[in-house]
Design a protein around this ligand. Structure first.
Ligand code: SF4
Length: 416
């Protein structure tokens, strides 16, 4: 198969078009097949014309946007068609060819399939669920802006994503509302310019990295021209959903002289960090863009200590610092994804001490109604009174043993 690959590359290098379409029906071609870890382990960072050609080929592959596409790709059985049609009529559907390649269609509980292929359970909403579960609307002074916290705003230039997560907290909006018009974007930037307290702008959506490098460059330049904006943060799933979009040009477009740009990757399972996704993240980090991650705690995907730990370690290995582990938001039709907060806290305890501090995200809840995020991880500290003006505490170590702090003089401090 490598021979076919080289033949196609030779055609590319000599300026000829590919002899075979690299679209989904070309799955047999080697460049359409995700390579295994052992096939890529000894490769250096991808570079050069061969790599650029590989990216160009992957970019041509079409996303799966219709139920018929899922059927044709063998990702769902014909018996599920009617149910999935009903879900797709209600919520946006798309997964990229890269993600489709990762799906193990024979396994209904496959963590990639479950995140992106609609499920009939999405049609069942609960009374506590809301179309705006984190209260964006309450804090939106102009279209495209959410100003919830004093020193930062969200700017949502698009409501389109490379792939639609079935548990999305903005599922009533993404894939439905159009992008901001030029006038609306100008008004949003004018709002940021007029509010000197805004230190950080968070580009989100939708997924801002579906924009072209040219449009991103314009947007970043407009924000960078505002003196009080010091930090631009981009929230994206693109490095895992469509790694080939993360080109050197896109990385350059996100940089602005004198400002700090961060990219926060959304990833929920270690399998999303394929060699191509890791290379995409490396292109960003190597371009001087620090990366953080956010993950959603999802039943059946990452709600066990082994899966969660493997994800956090994989992120750190990619030079991505785990930032947030979100408790599932009360978005309509997502109850089947949510764990209890107690389960989430138990998982955080399981990570603490057993995994490097680099691998510890903050477990957070977005309080419904727009009240912002609060950390909801377990507490390791309890007040136990004190004497002579000195407060005394009981602090728990990672083995579950408790200790008095400050220690009582002469009493030692054995764990209990
Ligand atoms: S990438 Fe983000 S905004 Fe888009 S569907 Fe997934 S969770 Fe929602």
């Amino acid at each position: 198969m490598r021979g076919a690959y080289d033949t196609e590359f030779a055609r590319f290098a000599s300026g000829k078009p590919p002899s075979v379409s690299p679209a989904r029906d070309g799955r047999a071609l080697t460049f359409c097949r995700p390579r295994t870890i052992s096939e890529t382990r000894d490769e250096g960072p991808p570079s050069g014309a061969y790599h650029e050609w590989n990216i160009a080929m992957r970019r041509k592959r079409k996303p799966l946007r219709r139920v018929d596409d899922l059927l044709a790709a063998g990702l769902i059985s014909p018996e599920r068609r009617a149910g999935i049609e009903a879900v797709a009529a209600r919520y946006a559907l798309a997964l990229t060819a890269d993600l489709a390649d990762l799906v193990d269609a024979a396994e209904r509980s496959d963590p990639i399939a479950r995140q992106f292929i609609p499920d009939e359970a999405e049609l069942a909403s609960r009374p506590e669920e809301s179309e705006d579960p984190i209260g964006d609307g309450v804090h939106s002074p102009v279209k495209g802006i959410v100003h919830r916290y004093p020193d930062r705003v969200l700017l949502k230039p698009v409501h389109v994503c490379a792939a639609y997560c079935r548990f999305c907290f903005r599922r009533e909006v993404v894939g439905r509302e159009r992008a901001l018009s030029r006038a609306e974007l100008d008004a949003a930037i004018a709002y940021i310019r007029a509010h000197c307290e805004i230190w950080e702008v968070i580009l989100t959506g939708g997924d801002p990295l579906v924009l072209s490098a040219r449009r991103l460059k314009e947007l970043v330049a407009a924000l960078a021209a505002i003196a009080h904006v010091k930090v631009i943060r981009v929230h994206s799933r693109v490095p895992v959903a469509e790694p080939s979009r993360v080109t050197a040009a896109l990385a350059r477009a996100l940089r602005a002289s004198g400002k700090a740009t961060y990219v926060v990757l959304h990833a929920n399972h270690a399998r999303e960090l394929t060699p191509a996704a890791r290379a995409a993240c490396a292109r960003l980090v190597d371009a001087g863009i620090p990366m953080l991650s956010q993950s959603v705690l999802l039943r059946g995907i990452n709600d066990d200590a082994a899966a969660l730990g493997e994800l956090m370690r994989a992120l750190v290995e990619c030079r991505i610092k785990p930032y947030y582990l979100h408790h599932g938001d009360l978005a309509p039709g997502t109850a089947h994804w949510r764990t209890s907060i107690g389960e989430g806290q138990a998982l955080m305890r399981a990570l603490r001490g057993r995994l490097s501090g680099l691998c510890q995200p903050t477990y957070v809840l977005d309080i419904p109604g727009g009240h912002g995020k609060s950390p909801i991880g377990p507490s390791y500290l309890a007040g136990v009174g004190g004497k002579n003006g000195t407060a005394r505490y009981e602090v728990e170590d990672f083995n579950g043993h408790r200790h008095i702090y400050p220690p009582v003089a002469g009493a030692g401090n054995p764990g209990s």
